[in-house]
Design a protein around this ligand. Structure first.
Ligand code: ASP
Ligand code: MG
Length: 416
């Protein structure tokens, strides 16, 4: 019988009642003969609390990208608790089950602490053999073991990545991510109540959606699934064991027959726009500017440069998260000798709204429809950026919801 990977996020294991419900879901699947590896997150709110404690003890040392390895020891403990609790609940239901921590399954990671990358786990750990023999493996997500044998963690939302990595290594038939929504939607249902659940979404689209603001899956997990061809299903953990719960399948583009031109509308309010007026226009200026940003750890997104009125001058506009914008502002003020400009303006009341769809590769007129829909609502577009399968615009944050609704309708995504 096939190996299957299931994953339950924080809200799905938020308390003992929810864990009991998860145990029922898992037990029902075990009864069908599936060989199960179940990945769990920490109980909802637990990781935030642990991060707070670590910061309280250490001060600024765990604040930046420079994580102390003891930070990981603290924040990884949330998942240890849930893996034990779910194993106990499964045993109570008469199933063979045991918990597996990152170091026990030898989930190897590299590139430091706080946001380590997974290399894969050791087959010799016995995990595969145990599940084949009928024991349910309850795996603590989000954690691994570093090259020098210390506890490591994968960055916020990292249990999704644990699940996909385990599915890839076990050659699992599918990786079912149980969560508090019943699938991936065309947009945020809190903004558009008649948003629709997508039956299927391609890896590429999901990757764009995840990095453009949809919070269903950790971006890294989608990359990993795409690279290893792992079929991921996003479905509800609130449904009962026998309920119809098809969720959304995240798969390769080839498996999607009916390709929509636009499959989703996303938004992000966590944006800032930095404009450098009258920047010196000569070779090397942009290189110096973005080297400074990279060194400061500022993740730059949209970039637009245009000639300015003055001779030998250009205006440069770029965006980053509002959290990064203070760093960017400081670096630019401190390094005026390296990047010369006349004036800097930082705007934080902006939002990025994007439309995404693989069908865009072969269809024209998407930009036209998008800009027309925004114009009809009198929404001004500040910055535009595109890729093969998405168009993003930066607008006044006050108009975010209006823009999302207008685009959802313009691209025929509203449910009947
Ligand atoms: N518990 C971790 C977090 O809150 C990992 C996860 O839930 O995926 O980020
Ligand atoms: Mg999550």
């Amino acid at each position: 019988m096939a190996r299957t990977v299931l994953k339950f996020g924080g809200t799905s294991v938020a308390d003992l009642d929810r864990i009991a419900h998860v145990a029922d879901l898992v037990a029902a699947r075990a009864k069908m003969g599936e060989k199960l590896a179940v990945i769990v997150s920490a109980m909802a709110g637990e990781t935030n609390k642990l991060v707070g404690l670590a910061k309280g003890a250490a001060g600024d040392t765990v604040n930046g990208d420079d994580f102390d390895d003891e930070y990981d020891v603290v924040v990884a403990s949330g998942e240890q608790v849930t893996s034990g609790l779910l194993a106990l609940a499964l045993r109570k239901r008469g199933h063979k089950a045991r918990s597996w921590l990152g170091w026990q399954m030898r989930m190897k990671t590299r590139e430091g602490h706080g946001a380590a990358r997974i290399d894969g786990f050791d087959e010799d750990s016995g995990l595969g053999a145990a599940i084949d023999a009928g024991e349910i493996a309850v795996i603590a997500g989000f954690q691994g073991i570093s090259e020098n044998g210390r506890v490591s963690t994968l960055g916020r939302g990292g249990s999704d990545t644990t699940a996909v990595a385990v599915a890839a290594a076990l050659g699992a038939d599918s990786c079912d991510i149980y969560t508090d929504v019943d699938g991936v939607y065309t947009t945020d249902p809190r903004i558009v109540p008649n948003a629709t659940r997508l039956e299927k979404v391609s890896y590429e689209e999901m990757l764009e959606m995840a990095s453009l603001g949809a919070k269903v899956l950790q971006t890294r997990s989608v990359e990993l699934a795409m690279n290893h061809g792992v079929l991921v299903r996003v479905l509800s953990s609130f449904a009962g064991p026998g309920d119809n719960n098809p969720g959304t399948l995240v798969c390769s583009e080839d498996e999607i027959v009916e390709k929509q031109v636009v499959n989703g509308v996303t938004y992000s309010r966590d944006e800032a726009k930095i404009t450098l007026f009258g920047m010196e226009d000569k070779p090397g200026t942009s290189a110096r500017l973005f080297t400074l940003m990279a060194r400061a750890g500022v993740n730059v997104d949209m970039i637009v440069q245009a000639n300015a009125r003055g001779e030998g001058r250009a205006n440069m506009v770029f965006t980053c998260t509002s959290a990064d914008s203070a760093k960017a502002e400081k670096v630019l003020s401190d390094h005026g000798d390296e990047v010369r400009f006349e004036k800097m303006e930082v705007t934080r009341d902006v939002a990025k709204v994007s439309v995404i769809g693989v069908g865009m590769k072969s269809h024209t007129g998407v930009a036209e429809t998008m800009f027309e829909a925004l114009a009809q609502k009198n929404i001004n577009i500040d910055v535009i950026s595109t890729s093969e399968i998405k168009i993003s615009v930066l607008i006044d944050a006050d108009y975010t919801e209006l823009a999302v609704r207008a685009l959802h309708t313009a691209f025929d995504l509203d449910a009947d």
